[in-house]
Design a protein around this ligand. Structure first.
Ligand SMILES: Cc1cc2nc3c(=O)[nH]c(=O)nc-3n(C[C@H](O)[C@H](O)[C@H](O)COP(=O)(O)OP(=O)(O)OC[C@H]3O[C@@H](n4cnc5c(N)ncnc54)[C@H](O)[C@@H]3O)c2cc1C
Length: 365
């Protein structure tokens, strides 16, 4: 094992998954190389980057919330320090109630000790009074916020490039081989190789055993007309989310979910759906400045996939981040680095083998 320590780890794909894995290797002091094809369809390039521990009309805690959010905050803070850029924005999340039933569910949650740490206030802040429709009031949740993913990715790609750790290129599992505990690509040895290739993994035969269910998402940026009312440091979630750049009157509004046509292209239907939802939440008129689309790499059971490919010892996958790329990437990247370096077992719930009858014995918990 000692003889293999100096070889780099290979990461294929440089969206939020590949970049988080690169940063986790950097933190562990291990060498790595990132290979990215820059086709221009990365979901990370259009993601609003919202992270939110309490979601849905039933106000449920998101999957593995405690563990995931414990990793998230220090990870992004240390990542900002490395890159010398600000892209991590902890922000209260405002939930205006959509119905009396929702209001009752939320109020009932205040009595549950598990939720107390997430609830900041049980009424809405005054700053939103002239901007957001909320006849039934609402609730304010903490430990959420957003990551400016495009800024993060551009800064990380530049940093990798300058460090000589970024290459342009495309690669598939059939380009790799394993021998003597190492992975070989173009006759060069690597300690491991990990595919972080987003929704396009669903088109790759080597990943046929994984039940991908890619979802197209569309998002718009708008400028609203009331210049007197600038957006406070808050995110609003009411069916859609409204993320403002504080001190401006610009908002990112998203997102749609379309399983039927998982292609990274905008549609008139997507635009109409977002505007119709926004009309019900925003009190002022607005103009649409920008309309974008991407495909979320989602899995049929809505859990990520992290682990080795069948029959492989050092070739793995980190994928299936779905609509939670910014919250899941730090936790999963840290787990995968612990697995490659310290042989620490990965959680069974994220195993890529879970869709087959026999489970991978290297994955437990
Ligand atoms: C409209 C929209 C809004 C969203 N909003 C949010 C949000 O608010 N919060 C949130 O957490 N998530 C959000 N998401 C989801 C989020 O975008 C994804 O979870 C996340 O970006 C997935 O990251 P990834 O790195 O797995 O994939 P990607 O970002 O798609 O990156 C994959 C990378 O791999 C490269 N690649 C692919 N194949 C190869 C190959 N064979 N060789 C080399 N390189 C390859 C691609 O060029 C790309 O750079 C949103 C998604 C959409 C579409």
């Amino acid at each position: 094992m000692a003889a293999t320590q100096g070889h780099p780890h290979l990461i294929i794909g440089a969206g939020i998954a590949g970049c988080a894995l690169a940063f986790a290797f950097e933190q562990a002091g291990k060498p790595f190389l990132v290979l990215n094809d820059e086709v221009g369809d990365a979901a990370s390039a259009v993601a609003a980057g919202l992270f939110n521990p309490i979601t849905g009309s039933r106000f449920v805690k998101t999957w593995m919330a405690e563990e995931v959010f414990e990793h998230l905050h220090p990870f992004y803070q240390q990542w900002q320090a490395l890159l010398g850029k600000t892209f991590y924005h902890p922000t209260p999340i405002i939930r205006p109630f959509g119905s009396i039933a929702e209001q009752n569910t939320a109020i009932a949650k205040t009595a549950e000790p598990d939720y107390a740490t997430y609830i900041i206030a049980t009424d809405l802040p005054n700053e939103l009074q002239n901007l957001v429709e909320a006849p039934l009031g609402g609730m304010v949740f903490g430990q959420g916020g957003w990551v400016d993913v495009p800024t993060l990715m551009t800064s990380m790609h530049n940093w990798l490039w300058q460090a000589g750790r970024y290459q342009l290129g495309s690669i598939s599992p059939s380009d790799l081989s394993e021998a003597n505990g190492l992975v070989y690509w173009k006759e060069q040895p690597y300690q491991s190789a990990t595919f972080c290739t987003g929704y396009r993994a669903s088109q790759e035969p080597a990943f046929d055993h994984i039940r991908f269910s890619p979802v197209r998402g569309e998002i718009i940026e708008v400028q609203y007309d009331s210049v007197a009312e600038q957006w406070p440091n808050l995110a609003v979630s009411k069916g859609i989310y409204l993320l403002g750049t504080p001190g401006t009157n610009r908002l990112r509004v998203g997102a749609t979910y379309n399983w039927r046509q998982p292609i990274p292209e905008t549609s008139p239907e997507g635009l109409a759906e977002l505007c119709s939802e926004l009309d019900q939440v925003l009190k002022t008129t607005y103009q649409v400045l920008c309309h974008q689309a991407g495909v979320r790499p989602a899995i049929a059971d809505r859990r990520p996939v992290v682990g080795l490919l069948p029959g492989c010892n050092r070739i793995g996958i980190l994928n299936g981040l779905g609509s939670k790329g910014t919250s899941l990437a730090p936790w999963l990247a840290n787990h995968l680095v612990d697995f490659y370096i310290h042989n620490k077992a990965l959680p069974m719930t994220v195993s890529p083998d879970r869709f087959r009858k026999k489970q991978n014995p290297k994955q437990t918990i």
